[in-house]
Design a protein around this ligand. Structure first.
Ligand code: GLY
Length: 369
């Protein structure tokens, strides 16, 4: 299906309508995913996914300027900031969590409190940098006597770097960006394979910085190609290019996108892992939504290939719209057929980050039409 500009605008409006019609539905936590029944499971302010629903409110507000949408967004920001009272429970995903909410709120409205909170989150993220390995530590250990994750970094962190680049621009202090650049450079070296696929987890020795191993994470195996991991790389590197102008970052984004699209083929919803067995065939629409965002940012940064990138983004978004999107205001969640991880719970479900990046991609596309 090829949509006209008017149809893309209608799809955009349907998403915004659905979000704004559910403005006050989620009160006791942050929407995380629609798993076993038809309602969103809610998460707390420490979950890496807690920023996505408020981020959808932000995108809606950016378009409609309805004061009630801003007011609910601010209530969610306040709830999210409760996480600062227990900082030991926060992790590298403060980048996703505070960039898409408070930093974006400040960028659009100039709300000072939002700037302070996003800067706090950036300082927490910067404190996770291990200079000897040149990486940001991903997760925390499970208990006080557990020290096995100090050396773990993950491909997803490429998106978290945006908060650091933003913090450098806001504070006029290059330290945040220097950390982001060091992490991006180590990711090129240790996560991105020459064929454009990526691994999920690299275990560094936290004392020497040496790479000790590559771990499976959320894909099928340590040497497979987890589609959402590739999408984080595709989008994270083009964002890093946007802040730094470093051509290498753009090249890596395009290398990963090229491989992603080759493996995907035309007309398909991405599988959870490109190297998973034929059966069972787990889909991950969320990976497609993130890659659509990456394609559109590449269009912005490559005037000579603008039409190509926009066209690929439209093709991918058309598939997601036809096969996965649910605009019914009486149901919860928007983008069906996502998978949280290959080995574990959360298959063929609706994930809040699938919803968010689908909305972000359509929002970006409509701005470019
Ligand atoms: N950042 C975790 C995920 O992509 O599922």
């Amino acid at each position: 299906m090829v949509y006209t500009n008017k149809e893309w605008t209608t799809i955009h409006q349907k998403i915004i309508n659905k979000v704004e019609s559910q403005l006050t539905l989620y009160k006791d936590g942050f929407p995380d995913g629609v798993y076993d029944n038809s309602t969103y499971k809610l998460c707390d302010c420490f979950s890496w996914t807690c920023g996505f629903w408020p981020a959808m409110l932000f995108l809606a507000y950016k378009n409609t300027k309805k004061p009630e949408t801003l007011s609910v967004l601010r209530q969610f920001e306040k709830k999210q900031n409760e996480g600062f009272n227990t900082p030991e429970k926060l992790h590298h995903d403060v980048g996703f969590m505070w960039y898409l909410t408070s930093a974006q709120d400040y960028n659009l409205t100039g709300f000072k409190e939002a700037k302070v909170n996003a800067m706090n989150a950036a300082a927490i993220l910067a404190s996770r940098f291990n200079p000897i390995g040149g990486y940001l530590r991903a997760w925390n250990d499970d208990s006080d006597d557990d020290h096995h994750m100090a050396g773990w970094a993950i491909i997803d962190c490429m998106i978290n770097l945006e908060l650091l680049y933003w913090a450098s621009e806001i504070s006029k202090d290059a330290r945040f960006a220097n950390i982001a650049n060091a992490h991006a450079d180590s990711t090129i070296k240790n996560f991105v394979r020459p064929d454009g696929t990526t691994c999920h987890i690299v275990a560094y020795n936290p004392s020497t910085g040496a790479v000790e191993g590559v771990l499976k994470g959320q894909g099928y195996s340590a040497d497979s190609a987890w589609s959402r991991g590739m999408s984080w790389a595709a989008y994270g590197f083009i964002k890093a290019y946007g802040y730094t102008g470093n051509e290498k970052y753009k090249e890596i984004s395009q290398l990963v996108i090229k491989r992603f699209l080759e493996l995907l083929g035309d007309g398909n919803v991405p599988p959870c892992d490109f190297f998973q067995p034929d059966e069972p065939h787990y889909l991950d629409s969320s990976a497609g939504a993130v890659v659509a965002c990456a394609l559109l940012d590449n269009a912005k940064h490559c005037p000579e290939q603008k039409d190509y990138f926009i066209n690929e983004a439209k093709k991918l978004l058309a598939v997601l719209t036809e096969k996965c999107a649910d605009f019914d205001v009486d149901t919860q969640g928007i983008l069906r057929h996502s998978t949280r991880l290959y080995h574990g719970d959360g298959k063929d479900c609706t994930l809040i980050y699938g919803d968010y990046y689908y909305m972000e991609a359509i929002d970006k596309l409509v701005e470019m039409l």
